[in-house]
Write a protein that binds this ligand. Structure first.
Ligand SMILES: C[S@@+](CC[C@H](N)C(=O)[O-])C[C@H]1O[C@@H](n2cnc3c(N)ncnc32)[C@H](O)[C@@H]1O
Length: 209
């Protein structure tokens, strides 16, 4: 198995948030080469293509699970300027910081309470963070709290994870409770066409009420 494939499998096999954090810390320096260059990771651009349809360029944006800043690169290219990066892994955030894309950096874990004010952000974007063994479905409770009414939460989600890890139930229950409404859902696409063609994602966009 190629080294890049081994590293991707290795993060999926984490057994706790601490273990995942350590593995991403160790992967940080090679992440862009493994995922963006070798695997042709396209979810950051696909999510940005949806994002620009719903969110204006002055928005105060949280990139949740920002990693090394691949989403930040797409957003800045699209004209956004007010970006905050949040991630579990300090090593990944350090890589993002070196690119001069974000105004602030926050080491925090999705799934627990977030140290941000209610209605702090106009929009949240999360790419590649809602997947096997990563941020749980209940992360959206806090993300909806910190997003202004009328703001957007836009994310990529593995199609199999939607069914198997409680996302379908969480997303539907938040719609039924009038916390958010679906604004857009893309067709399924292969986010890693060169590395893991068997993985399929969709981009989801919700408007917070
Ligand atoms: C596959 S990477 C995606 C990074 C970036 N968004 C991208 O598209 O390249 C997943 C990121 O989610 C972070 N992560 C995993 N679980 C998390 C959690 N519970 N809270 C915050 N970040 C988390 C990891 O540290 C890692 O940087």
């Amino acid at each position: 198995m190629q080294e890049s494939h081994r590293r991707v499998q290795w993060v999926y096999e984490s057994t706790s948030d601490k273990d995942l954090e350590d593995r991403y810390d160790q992967w940080a320096a090679d992440y862009d080469n493994d995922l963006a260059t070798e695997f042709e990771w396209n979810a950051p651009q696909n999510a940005t293509d949806v994002f620009i349809k719903h969110v204006d360029k002055q928005a105060h944006i949280l990139d949740a699970g920002a990693g090394t800043g691949l989403v930040g690169e797409c957003l800045v290219s699209a004209g956004y300027k007010d970006l905050a990066a949040m991630d579990l892994s300090k090593g990944m955030l350090d890589e993002a910081e070196s690119k001069n894309l974000y105004n602030s950096f926050h080491q925090m874990a999705l799934g627990g309470s977030l140290d941000f004010a209610t209605d702090e952000f106009d929009a949240v974007i999360g790419v590649g963070v809602f997947t096997q063994g990563h941020a749980p479905a209940n992360s959206f409770d806090e993300l909806a709290r910190i997003t202004k009414p009328g703001g957007f939460i836009i994310f990529s989600l593995r199609v199999d994870t939607y069914e198997s890890a409680g996302f379908k139930q969480q997303q539907t229950s938040m719609e039924e409770s009038n916390i958010w409404e679906l604004a857009e859902m893309t067709e399924e696409f292969q986010p890693l066409p060169k590395g893991e063609p068997e993985v399929w994602h969709r981009i989801w966009a919700y408007r917070v009420k």
